[in-house]
Design a protein around this ligand. Structure first.
Ligand SMILES: Cc1cc2nc3c(=O)[nH]c(=O)nc-3n(C[C@H](O)[C@H](O)[C@H](O)COP(=O)(O)OP(=O)(O)OC[C@H]3O[C@@H](n4cnc5c(N)ncnc54)[C@H](O)[C@@H]3O)c2cc1C
Length: 605
């Protein structure tokens, strides 16, 4: 390696600079093989849009070389350096550094881990497009236009003018269907990037998605994990925000970020024309039919948005109340009633807990095993290092925490998770013993890697215990186990013949893949073409292989031109919306976006 290492650099920093300069030389020489030689055989290069115009992890030296062979022409990566103000560090034989770089069209940020002088993990992310930077800091808008002008229009007049034109005499470049947090934060980023965008939601007001959920719901994730882009929650914001408070925040955010948000607007159907490169989207706004013709269509209709409502014999005969957890109104009407909740994950526990607190007679029906972690243990052991008041005090920012998270390749992430869940298992042993003695079928994920991997792999199968776990462990909430065979007029009957008398049945039976929305809105053929959304292909329960290494279809190009998916928890919506917004902006600006490694489709739903 020929490197110019500044004399002031020693140790870890010198090792990083040496590596970066050799890497930079190999890339500048258009030599993928030489660049790949700088990686360990067993290496991971995760790229978020900067090299691949895709979200892609290359695993192993050969995959790195192959990716570079296709992406290098025209890319002009250069100016590789340790990020200003950051220092490289040696952590037990692994040298780590934050890095910056540029390509012909953008500026990037990333993270590097070296072992024995070679790259073990590399994260490259596109931060901004040259010539299309967000107007902030020194280039923030003036607001006031000093001087004298007879044509002066105010900010409000301009906003009203835009709202009167967009969707009527001017078409949005992007249409986002679904105005939950996913649609809203993507809309906020596109607004800053100057991409004309409309967000549609069938609900009346932003935040209604949260308002309509069961009344006891508070976020299970802590505030440091939940910030939206641009506008952080204030320092007095509760650790676990109640759902109606989050709803109000989303509504205010939509106004402050100047989004074109159409409430009471439902997308009814959509079709893409290969000939014109345009979508035709039929909508109903305030009961009136309308047509929109965007170039790009984003479904932000919710990973937990399409209820899985089971179909059991006898549901039509049952005389009590029955509904999916997504429309459960809360416990008020069920004091003293016999309530059967089918399911044993987050919603089931939350709903059972609230019903019990309200004096109902509650039975949970567990159909398959579930994973439970105590909220305080998860906060301390699972997320505290990156997202907590202590992390903030130690200088951790949300942005940096997101990047650290992103720098861990999915293929080996479970190896980092398993020891954390081993600690939780030890710490809360008494609780798990009681839970299992109560007959609860508990698991830690197929490989013991716990909640976060379950979330990424299947998006289900767990409860973050905020108190209802003890109700099941001590028998206050009764536990029944087995499959539902049928319903009678006043009971749920299990496959072993157990009869559970019921005035209320709640189906806490989860949600379907987002490509179900594609089938409803576009066509079953396009839904099949696009395939399953979510999951890594880990070949664990409910995450069938083959290995994809990234979440299927999320935030990246799909097999259907100009169709995108945005969603996930608040952390994912915040972080990945940047990369989706940049992909959309590049297309709007006519920047070539050759996609490397477009994912194959193996599963239809
Ligand atoms: C009970 C529960 C608790 C959760 N707790 C947390 C938590 O603590 N922390 C966290 O980060 N995440 C949590 N999540 C997960 C996730 O963050 C939420 O589901 C969140 O609401 C997802 O946001 P979204 O914007 O992707 O989708 P949603 O909020 O589901 O919004 C989708 C929107 O699309 C609209 N829509 C659908 N079809 C159409 C159409 N044809 N036309 C117009 N509009 C349409 C719907 O009206 C809806 O408003 C929870 C989820 C559930 C169900």
């Amino acid at each position: 390696m020929t490197a110019t290492v500044p004399e002031t650099q020693t140790g870890a920093a010198a090792a990083v600079t040496t590596w970066l300069s050799a890497f930079s030389e190999a890339l500048a020489a258009g030599d993928p093989a030489a660049a790949a030689e700088l990686f360990l055989e067993d290496c991971y290069w995760r790229d978020l849009v900067a090299f691949t115009w895709n979200i892609k992890t290359c695993e192993g030296r050969a995959a790195v070389a192959e990716m570079l062979r296709e992406t290098l022409p025209g890319l002009q990566p250069g100016n590789w350096r340790i990020t200003d103000g950051e220092e490289a560090a040696d952590a037990g034989g692994v040298i780590e550094a934050w890095i910056d770089f540029e390509t012909a069209v953008g500026r990037g940020h990333g993270h590097l881990r070296l072992r024995d002088g070679r790259c073990w993990t590399l994260l490259t992310t596109l931060e901004e497009l040259k010539g299309h930077e967000e107007p902030r800091g020194l280039s923030r808008p003036m607001g006031a236009e000093h001087g004298a002008s007879r044509d002066r229009t105010t900010w409000l007049e301009k906003r009203e003018h835009e709202a009167s034109e967009l969707g009527f005499t001017a078409q949005p470049y992007v249409l986002i269907i679904g105005g939950g947090q996913g649609g809203i934060v993507l809309g906020a980023r596109l607004r800053q990037l100057g991409v004309p965008t409309i967000i549609l939601d069938k609900h009346g007001r932003p935040g209604d998605q949260w308002r309509h959920r069961y009344k006891s719901l508070c976020l299970h994730d802590p505030v440091w994990y939940d910030h939206l882009p641009y506008l952080k929650f204030p320092a007095n914001w509760p650790v676990f925000a109640p759902k109606d408070k989050i709803a109000d925040w989303l509504e205010s955010y939509t106004t402050i970020m100047e989004l074109n948000y159409w409430g009471n607007a439902e997308a009814k159907s959509a079709a893409f024309s290969e000939a014109t490169g345009e979508w035709t989207v039929n909508i109903e706004r305030d009961g009136q039919p309308m047509v929109l013709r965007p170039r790009q269509l984003v479904l932000a209709t919710g990973v937990s948005g399409k209820p899985n409502l089971p179909s059991f014999p006898g549901m039509d005969r049952f005389r009590g109340d029955q509904h999916h957890s997504s429309v459960h109104p809360g416990p008020d009407a069920y004091r003293g009633k016999r309530c059967v909740v089918i399911g044993s994950n987050n919603s089931a526990f939350d709903i059972c807990g609230a019903l019990w607190e309200n004096g109902a007679d509650v039975t949970m029906v567990q159909r398959s095993s579930s994973h439970i972690v105590k909220s305080d243990s998860l906060m301390e052991i699972g997320v505290g290092a990156l997202y907590s008041e202590q992390a903030v005090a130690a200088g951790m920012t949300t942005e940096k925490a997101d990047m650290v998270f992103a720098s861990l390749p999915y293929r080996i992430m479970h190896e980092f998770q398993i020891p954390l869940y081993d600690q939780m298992r030890e710490r809360d042993k008494d609780f798990y013993d009681r839970l299992e003695s109560a007959g609860f079928d508990h698991d830690w994920g197929d490989d013991g890697s716990g909640l976060f991997m379950k979330y990424l792999r299947r998006g289900s199968g767990y409860y973050i215990d905020t108190g209802a776990g003890d109700l099941v462990a001590n028998g206050d909430v009764k536990l029944a186990k087995g499959q539902v065979d049928h319903l009678t007029e006043d009971a749920v009957v299990l496959d072993d013949g157990t009869e559970l008398p019921a005035d209320l049945v709640v189906y806490a039976t989860g949600y379907g893949s987002m490509n179900g929305w594609v089938a409803d809105l576009i066509s079953p053929e396009v839904a099949d073409k696009v395939g399953k959304c979510w999951g890594l292909g880990s070949d664990t329960t409910k995450d069938p292989g083959p290995w994809e290494g990234e979440q299927r279809n999320m935030w990246k190009p799909t097999q259907q031109d100009a169709l995108w998916f945005q969603g996930g928890n608040l952390h994912q919506s915040r972080y990945y919306s940047l990369y989706l917004a940049l992909q959309l902006k590049a297309r709007a600006a006519g920047i070539p976006t050759p996609v490397y490694g477009l994912q194959q489709v193996y599963h239809r739903s």
